[in-house]
Design a protein around this ligand. Structure first.
Ligand code: HEC
Ligand code: HEC
Length: 398
């Protein structure tokens, strides 16, 4: 109990935070509360969707070493506190585990993350040391081997090669076989072609708000209505439906929040950064300004299309791969990498069905997948420049 109290500032967030937004072709996803897993993970959902923390530190503590903010840090000494939860999510994703596989949850006291009672936690510490050792001694310190390399989503790694699985649809890099007429050679040219393809900077700047109306189709086959409001330069509100009814998530340029049924929380830490990023209205015409180290890396096949692969970083921990169709110039795929000391967590977004809205092209179908969700948004109507009051994006008073 004392521990819980000492975390007075702790904000319990739904881990099911979906951070989806559009600045035109630009959408980012975190996790969607709509995405309720049935099968074997239902236990986890009971806990995580209601209770699990996304954050245990205040914003001023985010940069402090983890051991100064948390109680029982042994292997992650020196890691900025704000990176601890993303790191836990990486472990979750790699092992197909859940917080409760390694941490004690007490019905009355709640989570006791600092406790070392569970063997999984102790084992995980050893594994982290082993992995760091392998990379240091056998791969010149490069992060070649991660938890996922061995675990592949299982708590107990397979020892027998698997039966044939359908291949994942990833990029094909067999560049020799790809011929691109009028091939572009610099990232500047690729971005310029993209901006021209979606209608040009001027047409873009004439738009100051967008309303997206449509449906979300989840991996469980459930289709629910969704509306997204966006206002320049950085406001966003998503209203959708999850297991418990209507939910909304907003960012008013300063404060991020999530509301589902009776529950309402401020969004902070890593999730707030993702939300801020998603709220950038003019991202599509400010790539070169927003990204650092933007570079053209490869020509690859994305499904059936040929695309230029561009890499860049938005911040110290967030990097991207962007795929622009070599013919149309349009952005067809984006992969976001959230870096942790153990490896990256990725979220992939595919854009399709671009249509003209007031002089700019916007994708009407957006497919987003992360390690624990997979959904497609289909918009039947996207309208520009509707009057949207600023306070629509504010956190509702309780
Ligand atoms: C496979 C095991 C494993 C899983 C799964 C896991 N963790 Fe951890 N967690 C650890 C280990 C190991 C540490 C201690 C790290 C260290 O010693 O530096 C830790 C530490 C923590 C701490 C710091 C506690 C303190 O005060 O010292 C928090 C908070 C935490 N985890 C949250 C989570 C959350 C939330 C999840 C689910 C998203 C999760 N963990 C999933 C293994 C795990
Ligand atoms: C080189 C391969 C390899 C890597 C890399 C690896 N593991 Fe493991 N891990 C194993 C094997 C094999 C087992 C099962 C045998 C055992 O339990 O000793 C295991 C077991 C575990 C278990 C116990 C599972 C249970 O049944 O309770 C945990 C927890 C775990 N690993 C966490 C991690 C984490 C976290 C990482 C990344 C930091 C990681 N492992 C990286 C090979 C690996």
């Amino acid at each position: 109990m004392a521990y819980k109290k000492s975390l007075g500032k702790t904000i319990l967030l739904l881990t099911g935070i979906l951070i989806i937004s559009f600045s035109y072709a630009w959408a980012i996803a975190g996790k969607d509360p709509n995405t309720i897993k049935n099968d074997s993970r239902s236990d986890r959902d009971k806990l995580t969707t209601k209770k699990v923390t996304a954050k245990h530190y205040s914003d001023s503590e985010g940069d402090k070493p983890a051991e100064k903010v948390y109680k029982n840090i042994k292997v992650f000494k020196g890691l900025p506190a704000s990176r601890l939860i993303p790191t836990m999510r990486f472990i979750e994703a790699s092992l197909g585990a859940n917080c409760r596989s390694c941490h004690v949850y007490d019905k009355t006291k709640g989570w006791e993350f600092d406790s070392d009672k569970k063997s999984g936690k102790k084992k995980a510490r050893k594994m982290i040391e082993m992995m760091n050792d392998i990379n240091k001694h056998h791969f010149m310190g490069h992060q070649e081997v991660t938890c996922f390399t061995c675990h592949h989503g299982n708590l107990n790694p397979e020892t027998v090669p698997a039966l044939l699985k359908l291949p994942l649809k990833r990029e094909d890099r067999n560049e020799k076989d790809i011929t691109v007429p009028n091939r572009l050679n610099t990232v500047g040219e690729i971005i310029a072609k993209y901006i021209k393809a979606i209608g040009g900077k001027e047409a873009f700047q004439k738009i100051t708000s967008l309303t997206f109306e449509g449906t979300t189709l989840n991996e469980d086959g459930k289709e629910t209505p969704i509306t997204i409001y966006q206002k320049a330069p950085d406001k966003i509100l998503t209203v959708g439906q999850n297991h418990w009814g209507e939910y909304s998530r907003g960012f008013n340029g300063e404060v991020g929040w999530f509301k589902s049924g009776q529950r309402q929380d401020e969004i902070k830490g890593d999730d707030l950064n993702l939300l801020k990023d998603a709220a950038q209205f003019y991202r599509d015409i400010s790539f070169d300004k927003d990204f650092t180290n933007l570079r053209f890396s490869d020509v690859v096949i994305v499904d059936k299309d040929t695309a230029y692969e561009v890499k860049g970083s938005l911040s110290q921990y967030l990097s991207y791969k962007l795929y622009f169709d070599v013919n149309s110039g349009l952005l067809i795929r984006k992969i976001q990498y959230n870096q942790t000391p153990l490896g990256n967590i990725q979220v992939q977004t595919d854009y399709n069905d671009y249509k003209n809205v007031d002089g700019v092209l916007i994708p009407f179908t957006v497919h987003t997948a992360g390690y624990d969700f997979n959904q497609t948004m289909n918009f039947n109507k996207i309208s520009a420049n509707a009057e949207i009051a600023d306070n629509k994006f504010d956190m509702p008073s309780k």
